[in-house]
Design a protein around this ligand. Structure first.
Ligand code: ACO
Length: 329
């Protein structure tokens, strides 16, 4: 029997309606459109507004659309993994909330948190359940409501992030299409440069942590920038080398959308022309676990069955990795 590979057989995404532009940010902090555009490439980002609206809202909308688009009965889904750094609550996992709201009753569901690498970590994890023959229908969600952990008085972080999410359906393929290889790495020494200090078990929420604004993302941008460029170019080149791929064999590089300058540098180091790199950071900013599925969803019409894609991401932790797949839709 031919080898079973996990193929993406459906893709959908959701971003909330409200658009926060660079011009509006200019009224909130000491920044300007020119600085944001030249340093990050971002023009606008979507923000989820309203009471009691958590990351699950983004995941629910993405999954509902995915089930409809792929004509899948929710009862057929056997596993749902949600990658997120901004779960609705500490527990239950956001994956459970998404499954309950979308009629997915026969699946086991859990979250993965690997910051901005969450979606590719979850995609690799989910693919193993398909490759082993255990499951035939798996959903991977990547979603974040970054606005819930961003300090809108801190100009160094508030211009970068946005809210959004996406979801893919994974099914077995035996025709050579699907996920062929993945390579992931972590380095906990990077924790000092990008973290959210309070609200976990080490520093539980208190009046003091709130007053000290410790429930917001802390980032030292320069070392994160350097490590992101080095990490993503390294894994992209390694996964290509071990699969004996040249740049001409790859139709699309799909990088995590953290910063346009990071995307350009990684593309240059891996020798990819920008015409073959998926880029939509200008419209959404960094949606953390949402960036890669939102990119795939936006570019879906331009991807052909059999195209070789390399997905790559880098995030807090540090965490990073790359996935090589053949598009199956
Ligand atoms: N508007 C205007 N000026 C600003 C702004 C702003 N929004 N933000 C910072 N500045 C100022 C700084 O205060 C500093 O001023 P100073 O020289 O007077 O001190 C100056 O601009 C330069 O600041 P740097 O931080 O050195 O700017 P840099 O060129 O490094 O750009 C940035 C900052 C965009 C954050 C960059 O470092 C970066 O993109 N880093 C990687 C971030 C990233 O990708 N994070 C996501 C990782 S994934 C995850 O898991 C979340």
């Amino acid at each position: 029997m031919s080898k079973i590979q996990a193929a993406i057989t459906g893709i959908n995404a959701y971003v909330p309606d409200y658009i926060l532009t660079n011009q509006e940010l200019e009224t909130m902090v000491d920044t300007n459109d020119e600085w944001i555009t030249t340093r990050t490439g971002i023009k606008e980002r979507h923000i989820l507004k309203g009471e009691d609206q958590g990351t699950s809202v983004l995941g629910i909308e993405a999954v509902k659309g995915l089930l409809a688009k792929t004509n899948t009965d929710p009862s057929e889904i056997e596993l749902l993994i949600c990658a997120t750094a901004t779960p609705d609550m500490q527990f239950p996992d956001t994956a459970n909330l998404i499954s309950a709201a979308t009629g997915i009753k026969n699946a086991f569901c859990f979250d993965i948190n690997a910051a901005c690498s969450g979606f590719i970590y979850a995609l690799t994890t989910g693919s193993k359940f398909i490759e082993s023959g255990s499951y035939k229908k798996v959903i991977i969600v990547g979603a974040d409501k970054m606005s819930s952990i961003i300090d809108y008085t801190d100009r160094t972080t508030c211009v970068i992030f946005g809210d959004g999410g996406g979801a893919v359906l994974l099914e077995p393929a035996t025709d050579g299409l699907g996920i062929i290889d993945s390579l992931h790495q972590s380095d906990g020494d990077g924790a000092q440069y990008l973290y959210l200090k309070a609200g976990g078990s080490r520093r539980p929420s208190s009046a003091e942590t709130v007053a000290a604004r410790e429930h917001f993302v802390y980032q030292n941008g320069r070392p994160v920038f350097k490590a992101a460029v080095a990490g993503m170019s390294d894994v992209v080149q390694k996964i290509m080398a071990r699969n004996e791929l040249t740049n001409d064999d790859i139709r699309w590089l799909v990088p995590h959308q953290a910063n346009m300058r990071i995307i350009e540098t990684v593309s240059r180091m891996a020798d990819f022309p920008l015409e073959r790199v998926m880029i939509n950071i200008q419209k959404y900013g960094n949606t953390t676990c949402g960036t890669i599925p939102i990119c795939l969803w936006e570019y879906e019409d331009q991807i052909k069955k059999g195209d070789n894609l390399i997905l790559t991401a880098f995030g807090g932790g540090f965490t990073w990795g790359a996935i090589y797949l053949k598009w199956a839709i």
